[in-house]
Design a protein around this ligand. Structure first.
Ligand code: FAD
Ligand code: NAP
Ligand code: SF4
Length: 674
């Protein structure tokens, strides 16, 4: 079969070994590393990705010693005893023609524990723990620990290691002037600051021999003040090549950087220009990364000569079969990562096991089993939002006879509103995926049909996924013509004036503020616009790509006020890894965020409220209600009377704090059992 992805699927010869395609599954800390039975679960997780066709996998970061821990007792590789456990993983991956490297990650001052160390005593802005500068002896023993860790990885059956030299971790802390203020031979001039990574690589190569992959993750664009200049990055790449690395992977941005690098509003492949600049400077293959989530994008990067290989991480949580589907020219069947971070990074940062919003099986492969049913049933699913779609497609895939009834004229439920928000264009992909899956698994779809309880008798099982109804707060004047619901706004049912107050500052309040403030193109679709908006110098004349570069906020369309009753930070409920981006972006558009509000009344003058016992009137044209939601469960009891096998899921089951992650997870788990 001819392939649509000739460059992506082309083997890469590393001399002593060949990778079967140009795709690396990038390193992700999943939390499985630290749980009971974690190695068995990791083996299953990695095996599914190897079976799915990826050429090279890199594990989550493993520390070479306890000081390098990301958090207390996080995973380290320091003994044969631990290495033996890793064999479960390497054996599982090697059942297929895939290769796997172990990432060695020393967190340095990012370590969330009191034993962390760094190049100098400069506390990290994102850890509450102080840090201690390594002594000369400490440096030597850390290098020894990297070497020991590599030898143990080899013993465990890994095909190689990836040395984590980017994202602001220890090695990066030695390289950058920002964090390395030493005046011994490991500090001062650049040539001294890069001794630490070079010693690590040289010593590892010496000990592991030639036939063992060494990847170096090089911070090519630090995105922090005091980061490296482009010439310095090139110098280090050349020295790394001499020191014996086989592949150089691209690192973009330190964790403390204030530039979004992987969230959904970052344009696809937004940073491949950085790797492209390095092409030709060294002869080892270069890997590019960040916001690459479809085989089409990956193929384009390679065919345009931006890199020799691409790294994708989260797309393999979303769909372990990504590569096999690309090989079969069925990319429309790929469950696309929408870069929401909600179940992966947000979980990792909260110490929870990572998974995926669109694929709850990720990292739960031993727990949620979707197998063929021996007793097919006639199932009706009511409501084609994320919950109904997930249930219907999962049950139908298992062999059940599924009918999906939706009262509106399209599938998607609230995702049809989410996808309209500038920066959330990826949500279209989830709906495309479900559409393809409904057809593939022969789900009978009835749009423009309202389900009535009397219809429940016709089926063996009834699944109500009827979603939510927006909450209407009890405020005097709530029925005033100035008051509209977020649904009317996002469905373009009303023409909104130039001054607007939003009641409620949860996920939807923020999204509506983004929608209403937006003017012109979405910067998520234009790399150049995005870089200007956030102040990244694509000519790379600025240190770290940002030093002294002024961000250029996008133009705004309206004066917006975003209000909440709680006294805490406005937007505190947003995702851990994305909330700051939303707050930053709206502040740049001069959206006024007001907390501790006591709503008084709405009338012709606008919105009247109290704050700290003082009265305020917002003279606005419209007041948009984004005050949370209630379950739309009114037909449940009567359906249950008609058919005792009636189940209720998603927002219809529980609306408070219900998001798509919870809705899909509940639906898939339930459909896996029916
Ligand atoms: P819904 O999506 O509400 O779907 C219910 C469906 O049932 C609807 O299509 C409705 O027409 C249909 N229906 C109702 N009654 C009947 C009936 N009697 N007969 C037939 N059909 C019926 N969540 C996130 O996790 N991340 C986000 O970034 C995010 N962004 C959002 C942005 C916006 C603007 C909005 C509005 C929501 C967002 N959400 C987000 C929330 C997320 O979309 C919801 O949590 C999710 O859609 C709930 O899924 P559901 O299937 O339970 O309900
Ligand atoms: P939400 O996040 O629960 O926010 C509801 C807001 O309404 C809060 O700010 C709340 O703040 C306010 N509120 C609640 N009751 C009120 C009342 N009686 N009167 C006035 N204000 C009231 O819900 P949502 O914004 O509707 O979002 C629904 C779901 O979709 C959530 O689970 C959310 O996580 C998810 N979502 C997620 C994203 C994302 O980017 N991850 C985006 C959109 C939606 P006060 O009580 O302080 O006033
Ligand atoms: Fe991608 Fe969101 Fe899944 Fe993470 S949770 S892998 S960002 S779709």
């Amino acid at each position: 079969m001819s392939t649509n992805f000739p460059n992506l699927l082309k083997p890469l010869d590393l001399g002593f070994t060949t990778l079967k395609n140009r795709v690396l599954m990038g390193s992700m800390h999943t939390g499985l590393e630290e749980v009971k039975n974690g190695y068995v679960r990791m083996a299953s997780y990695f095996e599914a990705r190897a079976k799915g066709g990826v050429g090279l996998i890199v594990t989550g970061g493993i520390s070479p010693n306890f000081r390098g821990w990301v958090a207390p007792f996080s995973s380290k590789l320091t003994s044969n005893r631990i290495a033996k456990k890793h064999k479960l993983i390497t054996d599982a991956v090697h059942k297929y023609d895939s290769k796997i490297c172990m990432q060695i990650l020393h967190s340095g001052r990012y370590g969330y524990h009191p034993f962390n160390v760094s190049a100098s005593n400069i506390k990290s802005p994102i850890s509450k723990f102080k840090t201690k500068s390594l002594s000369e002896r400490g440096i030597q023993s850390t290098i020894n620990d990297f070497v020991r860790c590599s030898k143990l990885a080899k013993y465990a059956g890994y095909d190689g290691v990836e040395i984590m030299g980017s994202e602001g971790y220890l090695i990066n802390q030695f390289i950058a002037k920002r964090t390395n203020k030493r005046n011994d031979k490991w500090g001062g001039e650049y040539i001294n600051r890069i001794k630490f990574p070079l010693e690590i690589v040289k010593r590892i190569r010496l000990e592991v021999g030639k036939e063992f992959i060494i990847i170096f993750r090089l911070s090519m664009l630090d995105l922090v003040e005091g980061g490296s200049s482009w010439d310095e990055v090139v110098q280090l790449a050349k020295e790394l090549e001499k020191a014996g690395v086989n592949l150089i992977n691209t690192g973009i941005g330190w964790h403390e950087s204030r530039i979004p690098t992987i969230a959904t509003m970052v344009p696809r492949a937004a940073f491949s220009w950085v790797t492209k600049r390095m092409m030709g400077e060294v002869s080892v293959p270069l890997i590019t990364t960040n916001r690459i989530n479809t085989p089409e994008i990956a193929e384009k990067i390679l065919s345009n000569g931006h890199a020799d290989m691409v790294s994708m991480a989260r797309p393999f949580l979303a769909d372990p079969e990504f590569i096999n589907k690309a090989i079969a020219n069925k990319s429309n069947e790929i469950n696309t990562c929408i870069a929401c971070n909600q179940a992966c990074l947000d979980h990792a940062f909260k110490g929870k096991i990572a998974s995926c919003l669109v694929n709850p099986l990720a990292c739960h492969e031993t727990e949620i089993i979707v197998n063929n049913t021996k007793t097919p049933k006639r199932i009706v699913v009511v409501g084609a939002g994320p919950a109904g779609l997930s249930y219907a497609t999962t049950a139908a895939k298992r062999g059940h006879n599924v009918t999906l009834i939706e009262k509106s004229n399209s599938i998607g439920g609230q995702f049809n509103m989410a996808k309209k928000i500038p920066g959330k264009e990826e949500f279209y992909e989830t709906l495309r995926y479900f559409d393809v899956m409904l057809q593939k698994h022969n789900v009978q779809i009835h749009l423009n049909t309202t389900f009535e309880p009397a219809m429940a008798k016709k089926y063996d099982n009834v699944i109500l996924a009827t979603g939510i109804i927006p909450r209407k707060p009890k405020i005097i004047g709530i029925d005033h013509p100035k008051v509209v619901s977020y649904i009317d706004v996002l469905n373009n049912k009303v023409k909104i004036g130039s001054k607007v107050a939003l009641i409620g500052a949860g996920g939807i309040g923020f999204d509506v503020a983004e929608y209403l403030s937006h003017k012109g193109e979405s910067s998520s679709l234009k790399t150049k616009l995005f870089m200007e908006e956030w102040g990244v110098d694509m000519n790379f004349t600025a240190r770290g790509g940002i030093q002294k570069v002024k961000p250029k906020p996008l133009e705004t369309k309206r004066q917006i006020y975003l209000l909440q009753r709680k006294s805490g930070k406005v937007g505190a409920s947003l995702g851990k890894t994305t909330g700051w981006i939303h707050r930053f972006s709206l502040r740049n558009k001069d959206v006024k965020m007001i907390n501790s509000v006591k709503y008084n009344k709405i009338d012709d003058k606008g919105l009247n409220y109290f704050k700290n016992n003082k009265e305020f009137i917002l003279d606005v044209d419209h007041i948009v209600i984004c005050a949370g939601q209630l379950s739309n469960n009114k037909i449940f009891d009567s359906c249950k009377e008609q058919n005792p096998n009636t189940e209720i899921i998603g927002g219809a089951f529980h609306a408070s704090e219900l998001d798509a992650k919870k809705a899909i997870d509940q639906a898939v788990r339930s459909a896996a059992k029916v």
